[in-house]
Ligand binder design. Structure first.
Ligand code: RAM
Length: 350
């Protein structure tokens, strides 16, 4: 263990929830839409305090990972859960939330990083004060977290997306990528691997543009419109972000490109159901974000309890998901992505 863990009394736990809530609402870069939500034990005392910080609030993906996954796990082990974060996914938007949580002495932070480096000095300060830090979904540099919970291998994610677009456009023609924020660690890793896959296995597909919707619905919608007008021969769009693919589908749905320009990428079944059923989208993929948040919470607890240090080979149990082993560079892998089509989409509800 690098640090000794600290215990919170019932009073401090309740005060912590209240203070973080106020601090989040009062910070300059956000508004009352920032949320803080105590665990179902109501902050009953000695439980492990875990703060989730998503890339941004208001994204159904993080509602699923944090509230439907992380909170469920934290409630199971009778900890204290809360979620705070910025409204927009900017590189340093998470820093003030990390600082506040660390000052209040939360035992663990679980973060999907907006930038691999920008939050690092705040995270390192938190770690030196004894807070365990788990990244999930989108990693920081490996030296500023204890563990990274990876949703699926980046190679597998990239290949799944390239295979789908290739199938849908007959393995030939112009495509574009509509990504999240330009600095997002996760999307950038997938994009690099997609480019390699395209170059190696799909010589007749040409990637003509990569644009960034910043995980903002309206920006992603507008960028879709711009892509279609800038590239009249476009045959397909890959959007490796749940916000981007949903906005692009909404645009295509009522445009003359519906059924002519293919769209695939990473989406939530609940956001994409309508577009799969009405023929705007044939298939897309994702892992289960609730499982990802659930696993991240159990990993944080294992670190806080001193059951693991984050070293390769460390083993821990994540409730209903079973046993996991820490891999190289402190990475824990959730599993494989699922491909959704009209034939299976109704089996999923997230
Ligand atoms: C968006 C976010 C998130 C990513 C998913 C696929 O919700 O960018 O980080 O993992 O899409």
């Amino acid at each position: 263990m690098k640090f000794s863990t600290r215990r919170l009394t019932a009073g401090t736990a309740v005060a912590l929830v209240a203070t973080l809530s106020l601090a989040a609402c009062g910070s300059s870069n956000n508004s009352s839409s920032n949320s803080a939500d105590s665990g179902s034990n109501g902050g009953s005392g000695s439980g492990t305090t875990i703060t989730f910080i998503p890339k941004n609030l208001g994204n159904p993906y993080f509602d699923a990972s944090d509230k439907d996954g992380g909170k469920v796990a934290v409630d199971e082990f009778k900890g204290v859960y809360q979620e705070v974060g910025p409204d927009t996914a900017t590189p340093d938007g998470q820093v003030s939330f990390i600082n506040t949580a660390a000052q209040q002495g939360v035992k663990a932070l679980v973060i999907s990083a907006d930038d691999p480096k920008a939050p690092c000095s705040a995270i390192k300060q938190a770690m030196s004060a004894g807070t365990k830090v788990v990244t999930f979904d989108s990693d920081t540099s490996a030296d500023c977290r204890d563990l990274y919970i990876n949703q699926a291998t980046p190679e597998g994610i990239a290949k799944t997306e390239v295979d789908q677009i290739a199938q849908q456009i007959g393995d030939s023609g112009e495509i574009a990528i509509l990504s999240a924020a330009a600095n997002a660690t996760n999307q950038n890793a997938w994009i690099e691997l997609m480019k390699k896959d395209l170059a190696a296995d799909h010589p007749n597909i040409k990637l003509v543009d990569t644009v960034y919707g910043n995980d903002d619905d309206q920006t992603s919608f507008d960028k879709t419109a711009a892509l279609l007008s800038d590239h009249p021969n476009l045959k397909g769009i890959i959007s490796p972000t749940t916000v981007g693919i949903a906005a692009a589908a909404r645009y295509l749905d009522t445009s003359s490109s519906k059924g002519k320009v293919a769209l695939t990428g990473l989406g939530t079944p609940n956001q994409m159901r309508k577009y799969v059923k009405d023929g705007t989208v044939t298939s897309f993929a994702l892992w289960n974000p609730s499982d990802l948040g659930y696993l991240a919470a159990y990993a944080a607890k294992a670190l806080v309890d001193g059951d693991i240090k984050g070293d390769e080979g460390d083993k821990f149990t994540a409730g209903k998901l079973g046993d996991f082993t820490v891999g190289a560079d402190g990475v824990v892998l959730l599993g494989d992505p699922t491909v959704f089509t009209k034939d299976n989409i109704d089996k999923f509800n997230f």
